[in-house]
Ligand binder design. Sequence first.
Ligand SMILES: [Zn+2]
Length: 304
Amino acid sequence: MAKQYEFIRILNGIWKKNGWSSLIKDRCNPYTCTRTSYICTSSHKSQEERSARERLSTAVSNYQARVDLAASYRGMHFYGMGEGVCNHLTLRAPAADGNGDVMLLVPHGTHWSEVTASCLLGICLDSGDVVEGDGIAEASATNIHMAIHNTMAPKIQSVMHTHTPYATALACLEDSRVRMVHQNSMRFFGKIAYDSDYDGLPDVEDEGPRLARMLGDKEILMMGNHGVLAVGHSAAYAFDSLYYLEKACLFQVLAMSAGTKLHEKPDNIAKKVAESFDAITVYADRHLDGLKKHLARQEPHFMS
Ligand SMILES: [Zn+2]
């Protein structure tokens, strides 16, 4: 029973640790307030209070984004989709100090099974400097992800790059197309771009803009001889996409290994499946929420 309250206990601890509760003290009571010197609005809030509430809201949004991204790192590890301390998942979030946005990123050398909300670095999206947290930001991750975020905002808030086994296996084939052979494949109909120009470890200055161009208006980039990249309007969306793409590639590679012809569905069927999935907008959030509940029971430290 105690574990059910672990999330609240940890959140309360973080709340106190960061002094966020002080932001809402002296709260204006609309029935008793006599502070007429303040400019009260119809909601009877002073400018001072509104400012405090905005700072509080920003701090909470920053923390919630950190929890989502920490859960995504641990979720990738949970599903066997990690790559040691390499590869990167990033999420744009309001800066904790209210000064614009930051890109949340794992500190270099942190194993994905050990990622916590507070360990994540906040990277300035203009300079690439670490402005939140302690640790080293891996240079290629900073430059490449930052360029994609800056090119594709505000539509795209999360960028995730992995070397997941089956998607990467497919990316190692001369023909790395995701074939429309299963509903997990068909949900990506029309959403996958392909990059077959791998020519060695990238120049970090040019790679981000190049990948953004290759991605165009798609959500997935199959990176030939390398791995896969997914983008989304939230960590939950990008995470869910990577998970189901990996399952689609797993089914395809297994089916191909049977040595008989794949049973591909025509475009009109695949398109209909993709549209059906698009209409169910809650799936991705529920996936990550379910994972967070599991982690809250098994590894509650991820929220700290
Ligand atoms: Zn890579």
